[in-house]
Design a protein around this ligand. Structure first.
Ligand code: NAP
Ligand code: MG
Length: 398
């Protein structure tokens, strides 16, 4: 059989532990036999990042920007324990954080739905995609505890040294104070990434804040989204038959519980943190959740939402063939290949990605699944497979 050709390469970012092991199995069994794979390979394994002082991570981010499409394996974010384990020179920042800031991108998470794993919310028929703003607010706060009465003030000193003051509270006793901020430029990028991704997925976009209470702060989020929608995206949304819908966050939460899904729900940083964990667990499992980083210029990096599955890796090192679920990693590849095909106009490649996704879902729906889904599956699984057997089953259907 002639292999499917790729016009242009994608940036391939390898990673760590169990996901690194599965990465190779997926390539060997599900990709290389069918596609003349063209990638620019970057090894983001922890040791390699440490040896290059993260240069490899910056090079990989640059490659994603240049090529337009990237696919990333899960990577370890170093901490003290990892420093000892891998004999590292230093603690380095999260590679996902580096790439996110290099691309000025927003992360969107989308559950992968199968018939035999039912969402906890019975009305959900289609995926609810979450978009979370990843800058500022309470994640970059400045807070203070005060021990007695006094005046709490908000002071801004502009570049010319001019001060603007507002009283937060004449405090009658001990208490707590917090200052937070955001930047128009960051909110604008978030809005553009969100509108672009909704068009990409052909789903309506919901955005919600609490602007009735926070008239200036949350009001600014609302105003920026509305302006960018009107000026840059309204025509394309109407052509695509999708809508942009703004509401209050509590109203959005109530509506989400009654909707059918098939929407993109964008949230401010804190709301997104909390709500994305709720959506993920209500849809089943992190191993059935894909993640894509979208830049405002329309550059895409696909990955799995889960980490490197450390515990399974240690069992693998002892010789166990673990039943780690490779679905989110497979979908990271299919997402990237389909996007490459779409940009390059190579329909073969898009078709291949769709067939690989279908073969994966068919395998699960036939009751052949990995251990993590066994407890969730209804009807009960036909057979629980290890990762290698599961990938072989997909390959035979493909
Ligand atoms: P994790 O890799 O997400 O795994 C946590 C637990 O979730 C696993 O022990 C396993 O539960 C279950 N799980 C996750 N993915 C699974 C899969 N594909 N199949 C089956 N079960 C799965 O989180 P972690 O072990 O806490 O973190 C390990 C490393 O990942 C850390 O060093 C962290 O820095 C990194 N991380 C990277 C990313 C990324 O690169 N995107 C994201 C998050 C974390 P059981 O043990 O109960 O089977
Ligand atoms: Mg969280």
């Amino acid at each position: 059989m002639a292999k499917i050709q790729m016009k242009n390469p994608i940036a391939e970012l390898d990673g760590d532990e169990m996901t690194r092991i599965l990465w190779k199995v997926i390539k060997d069994k599900l990709l290389i036999p069918f596609v003349e794979l063209k990638t620019e390979y970057y090894d983001l394994g922890l040791k390699q990042r440490d040896d290059t002082d993260d240069k490899v991570t910056y090079e990989a981010a640059e490659a994603i920007k240049r090529l337009g499409v990237g696919v990333k394996c899960a990577t370890i974010t170093s901490n003290k324990a990892r420093m000892e384990e891998y004999n590292l020179k230093r603690l380095s920042p999260s590679p996902n954080g580096i790439i996110r800031s290099e691309l000025d991108g927003t992360v969107f998470r989308k559950p992968i739905i199968v018939k035999n794993v039912k969402p906890a919310v019975s009305s959900w028929k289609n995926p609810i995609i979450m978009g979370r703003h990843a800058y500022g607010d309470v994640y970059k706060n400045c807070e203070m505890e005060v021990t007695g009465p006094g005046k709490a003030e908000l002071v801004f000193t502009d570049a010319q040294g001019k001060e603007t003051r507002k009283t937060i509270m004449e405090m009658k006793g001990p208490g707590i104070i917090q200052g937070i901020h955001n930047l128009d430029s960051s909110i604008e990028s978030f809005a553009r990434c969100s509108f672009r991704y909704a068009l990409e997925e052909k789903v309506s976009l919901w955005f919600a804040t609490k602007d009735t209470i926070s008239k200036i702060y949350d009001g600014k989020f609302k105003a920026i989204f509305n302006r960018i929608y009107e000026e840059e995206f309204k025509n394309d949304f109407e052509k695509a038959g999708i809508e942009y819908f703004y509401t209050l966050i509590d109203d959005a939460v109530a509506r989400i519980m009654k909707c059918e899904g098939g929407i993109l729900w964008c949230c401010k940083n804190y709301d997104g943190d909390v709500m994305s964990d709720m959506i993920a667990s209500a849809f089943g499992s992190l191993s059935m959740m894909t993640s894509v980083l979208v830049s405002p210029q329309g550059v895409f990096e696909y990955e799995a939402a889960h980490g490197t599955v450390q515990k399974h890796y240690y069992r693998y090192l002892k010789g166990e063939k673990t039943s780690t679920n490779p679905v989110a990693l497979i979908f990271a590849w299919t997402g990237a290949l389909a996007k490459r095909g779409e940009i390059d106009g190579t329909q073969d490649l898009v078709d291949f990605a769709n067939k690989l996704e279908k073969a994966t879902l068919d395998t699960i729906e036939a009751g052949l699944i990995t251990g993590d889904l066994a407890k969730l599956a209804d009807p009960a699984p036909v057979k629980i497979l290890n990762s290698w057997e599961f990938i072989d089953e997909i390959a035979s259907r493909l």
